[in-house]
Design a protein. Structure first.
Length: 220
């Protein structure tokens, strides 16, 4: 029995897919921003001399890196309200994705911090900078330039991970595609178009990130 492709139903609802794609990108941007803050704080904790922040940061990284993202999403949406923390479905997903990305970025940033030459800190102290100023003005900028490739890969991964938001009915790209699929029964066409949107978007993001990396890369 043959299957005849007919994209008409998908094109009629293409605006919904584009809207979902925009929301997916927005979720990824917010999550990478919050994840960078969480990851940077955790990375400093992981490299601290004090064993208490080092241990706490290690527990956070271990728990969130070894828990599936879908489990975190379902926990934040269904379990947190039982504990008195009520969030919208979008906010609960952003929370889960940010904490998840923060755990991975913590290790990326930790590696970057360990790779910063110790002479830079000594030079900062020599010109009268405080430890906080040295971190903000010297260590963090140098570290960020060094970890740009890994940061870019993480962002693209987060964009693809936004598809899990469909599990709690956040109207991103996968959710909109699934809705069109259910309403029109054009299974192959719907998922072909949705897949193409993911592929094209990831390719554009990768190209843009490569240009940023080339402009800001540390000279060897």
């Amino acid at each position: 029995m043959g299957y005849t492709l007919n994209f008409a139903a998908v094109w009629r609802n293409f605006d919904d897919l584009v809207w979902g794609l925009g929301l997916s990108l927005a979720l990824a941007f917010v999550a990478i921003g919050l994840g960078c803050v969480i990851g940077l704080v955790t990375a400093f904790g992981r490299t601290a001399r004090n064993p208490v922040p080092r241990a706490l940061a290690g527990v956070y990284v271990s728990v969130f890196r070894n828990t599936p993202l879908l489990v975190l999403v379902l926990f934040s949406f269904f379990a947190l309200p039982q504990l008195g923390f009520r969030l919208s479905k979008t906010n609960s997903f952003v929370l889960a994705l940010s904490l998840y990305s923060g755990a991975y970025l913590a290790e990326v940033f930790r590696g970057g911090l360990l790779g910063v030459p110790k002479g830079l800190r000594e030079a900062g102290l020599a010109i009268g900078l405080t430890e906080g100023q040295i971190r903000r003005r010297i260590v963090v900028p140098v570290m960020l330039r060094a970890v740009l490739p890994a940061l870019g890969s993480t962002f693209i991964g987060l964009f693809k991970d936004t598809s899990l938001a469909a599990a709690i009915a956040v109207p991103e790209l996968t959710f909109e595609a699934r809705k069109i699929n259910v309403e029109t029964f054009r299974v192959v066409e719907t998922w072909l178009v949705a897949s193409a949107l993911y592929v094209v978007t990831c390719s554009i993001l990768a190209a843009l990130l490569r240009r940023v990396e080339a402009r800001l890369a540390v000279s060897r």
